[in-house]
Design a protein around this ligand. Structure first.
Ligand code: S3P
Length: 171
């Protein structure tokens, strides 16, 4: 089964996913990076040139594409991927979904320097935007998840270990 990481922007999906994939000797797929590679464009430019809806369609197509692979991988999703209703059954079929839950303070700290790369945050007052998106999304992250891992966000190795244990508990 694929190990799928979901969670809010800045929670560490990609960094944790890459490390876990190394440890478990599984391929690592970052869906945002795959979209950027295929479109030959950054996420920010895709939002600017094609709009959010087109990007969301690319996310869904990307998930369908992953269903065609028979190699198990660690897959890190974009923060908004589980929000689309059509994506939920695909995620369920694809593998075990782990929600990486990080405290808002940790998210805010990480996102402060990286807002420019994240069109969902650009132009907003960061704290308010993160709080309102989190409120909108939290229930969906929980609904999509097979299990939840609360991240401390202090020591990445410790957080990775927790995620690996959770994954092993699901198999
Ligand atoms: C988004 C999160 C981003 C990226 C896009 C939209 C979102 O991924 O997919 O900017 O709606 O939360 P990260 O969670 O990896 O930042």
């Amino acid at each position: 089964m694929n190990l799928i990481l979901e969670g809010f922007m800045g929670c560490g999906k990609s960094a944790i996913g890459r490390r876990i994939a190394d440890r478990l000797e599984m391929p690592f797929i970052d869906t945002d990076a795959e979209i950027e590679r295929k479109q030959r464009s950054s996420i920010a430019d895709i939002f600017r040139d094609c709009g959010e809806e087109a990007f969301r369609q690319m996310e869904t197509s990307q998930l369908y594409g992953l269903e065609l692979s028979d190699v198990d991988a660690v897959i890190s999703l974009g923060g908004g991927t589980p929000m689309r209703d059509a994506n939920l059954p695909v995620l369920k079929r694809l593998g075990q979904v782990i929600y990486l839950k990080a405290a808002p303070e940790i998210l805010l700290k990480r996102l402060e320097g990286e807002r420019g790369d994240r069109p969902m945050l650009a132009g907003y007052e960061l704290k308010k935007r993160v709080e309102s998106l989190l409120e909108e999304r939290e229930a969906r992250y929980i609904e999509a998840a097979d299990t939840i891992v609360e991240l401390k966000g202090e020591d990445i190795d410790e957080d990775c270990l927790k995620v690996i244990r959770a994954y092993e508990g699901l198999r």
